[in-house]
Design a protein around this ligand. Structure first.
Ligand SMILES: C[S@@+](CC[C@H](N)C(=O)[O-])C[C@H]1O[C@@H](n2cnc3c(N)ncnc32)[C@H](O)[C@@H]1O
Length: 247
């Protein structure tokens, strides 16, 4: 019998699946975020790093990356995938770094789980002036008809929390947020699309019976859509990025 867990910490139930089936962030989105800094960016913090999806993008740019993640299982995958990255236990509300020690803080798919005001004060503390905070979300493209139908078909009794709406962070230590959207995609089959959906909290938080019913409904839906009925197809995605410069 599994222990009850909070939605924010549900991802650690399937950390390897998470890393295998969730998309990375487009290089263009990460580069755009870092371009908001008015200082040279050499050291970056991936906050709520999970299995290292943002870490991967920061490392590809040659940055010195520190990852902070509270969930041991998620952090374990990150440490195995990126052994050269310093991976620390910690939360956004109590970041285990010294004052003014990084040039950029990036948060992928997690800012909506934070105690916002406490986290913003902590992020301001560890960021050097002229550095940048960027919050990123990968989501399914809401303007593609078959994807909208997929989202409806994959709803569960635990659907809730974050629905894709973005309320820009505001804090006296930061300039107003700037926003961009980068389109990309994830090649999928019916099976791997189901694997991807199973890593989302709305499916992690329900019991086995409900999960099986929802997955059967999703498979039925995909079988009847011309876009997804056969072979490999692209799941259209958008990455939303909000970037705020530290004053
Ligand atoms: C959806 S995952 C995102 C992981 C990774 N950043 C990515 O983009 O794939 C959300 C992560 O936020 C972490 N998390 C939840 N609450 C947190 C908090 N208050 N502070 C830091 N991390 C938190 C969870 O443990 C989980 O690994």
């Amino acid at each position: 019998m599994e222990e009850p867990i909070s939605r924010a910490r549900s991802f650690g139930r399937r950390p390897v699946d998470y890393h295998t089936h969730r998309p990375f962030y487009p290089a263009e989105a990460i580069r755009w975020a870092l371009a908001g800094a008015t200082r040279e960016v050499t050291r970056a913090l991936d906050l709520a790093a999970g299995t290292g999806k943002v870490t991967a993008g920061l490392r590809a740019l040659g940055l010195d990356v520190t990852a902070v993640e509270p969930d041991e299982a998620m952090r374990g995958v990150l440490a195995a995938e990126y052994p050269d990255v310093t991976a620390l236990a910690g939360t956004a509300e109590a970041i285990p770094l010294t004052d003014a020690s990084v040039d950029a803080v990036l948060v992928g798919q997690a800012f909506h789980w934070f105690d916002r005001d406490v986290a913003l004060a902590e992020i301001a503390r560890v960021l050097r002036p002229g550095g940048v905070l960027a919050v990123l979300w990968n989501g399914e493209d809401p303007d593609t008809d078959w994807v909208t139908g997929l989202m409806t078909a994959s709803q569960t009794s635990a659907t809730g929390g974050w629905h894709g709406e973005i309320d820009p962070p505001e804090h006296e230590s930061f300039d107003p947020a700037e926003h961009t959207v980068v389109a990309h995609s994830l090649p999928r089959t019916t099976d791997t699309l189901v694997d991807y959906l199973r890593t989302h909290s709305r499916l992690l938080m329900v019991d086995d019976d409900e999960r099986a019913r929802v997955i059967a409904r999703v498979r039925e839906y995909l079988r009847h859509r011309p876009e997804t009925a056969a072979g490999v197809f692209d799941l259209p995605l958008v990455t939303d990025v909000l970037a705020l410069r530290r004053r």
